[in-house]
Design a protein around this ligand. Structure first.
Ligand SMILES: Cc1cc2nc3c(=O)[nH]c(=O)nc-3n(C[C@H](O)[C@H](O)[C@H](O)COP(=O)(O)O)c2cc1C
Length: 170
């Protein structure tokens, strides 16, 4: 088991998946980890649709490529579609924030279980709603591509230095 800092350093967006299916149990563990995330007033304003069927995955990949990105999705074995659960006013004010927390937990759980992910915001939202018969009132915010990485390599992280984004008042 990796320690927390190794986990967050090793997680990276995977755009090259092994030609190998991903187990239903792993996918469920990942969404269960997402469901443990904190949320405003514990509203848990999320809904996850796990797509792990080759014919449907092809159609999700077509949605994700609609805006000219995400060609790698042709070779991704599964997707997790993330929607807000519309209901309370609190959930609506904070739902994107809460969804972000949940998705991060999902991605770190996947990393811990040896799987790889890529969060996608370019998802052809309308097409996706029609393809999966989702409620147009709660369109998906992101889709997470998930599978096993084709190669074990870790890219160096390209990030700002803490000094560029932290104000320390000590
Ligand atoms: C909200 C959000 C939307 C993103 N959308 C896409 C996307 O559509 N396609 C893609 O390949 N990567 C997408 N990414 C991945 C980012 O490009 C990536 O997280 C960033 O470059 C940092 O790289 P790393 O995840 O490998 O650390 C998205 C990430 C986030 C958080």
């Amino acid at each position: 088991m990796k320690d927390y800092f190794s986990l967050i350093c090793d997680r990276q967006s995977c755009r090259d998946y092994a030609d190998r299916p991903i187990e239903k149990e792993i996918l469920f563990k990942c969404v269960e980890a997402a469901g443990l995330a904190p949320s405003a007033r514990n509203c848990q304003p999320w809904r996850f649709t796990i797509v792990n069927r080759p014919d449907l995955c092809k159609r999700i990949a077509a949605c994700a490529q609609e805006e000219g990105f995400n060609q790698f999705t042709d070779h991704c074995p599964a997707f997790i579609v993330v929607q807000p659960e519309i209901g309370s006013a609190t959930a609506e004010k904070w739902h994107r924030f809460d969804l972000g927390l949940a998705v991060m937990q999902l991605c770190l759980a996947a990393e811990d279980l040896g799987a790889a992910t890529c969060i996608m915001g370019s998802i052809g939202e309308e097409h996706l709603v029609k393809t999966l018969g989702l409620s147009p009132d709660a369109p998906p915010v992101v889709v997470v591509a998930i599978g096993y990485a084709a190669t074990p390599e870790h890219r160096p992280k390209i990030r700002k230095q803490a000094g560029d984004y932290v104000t320390y008042l000590g």
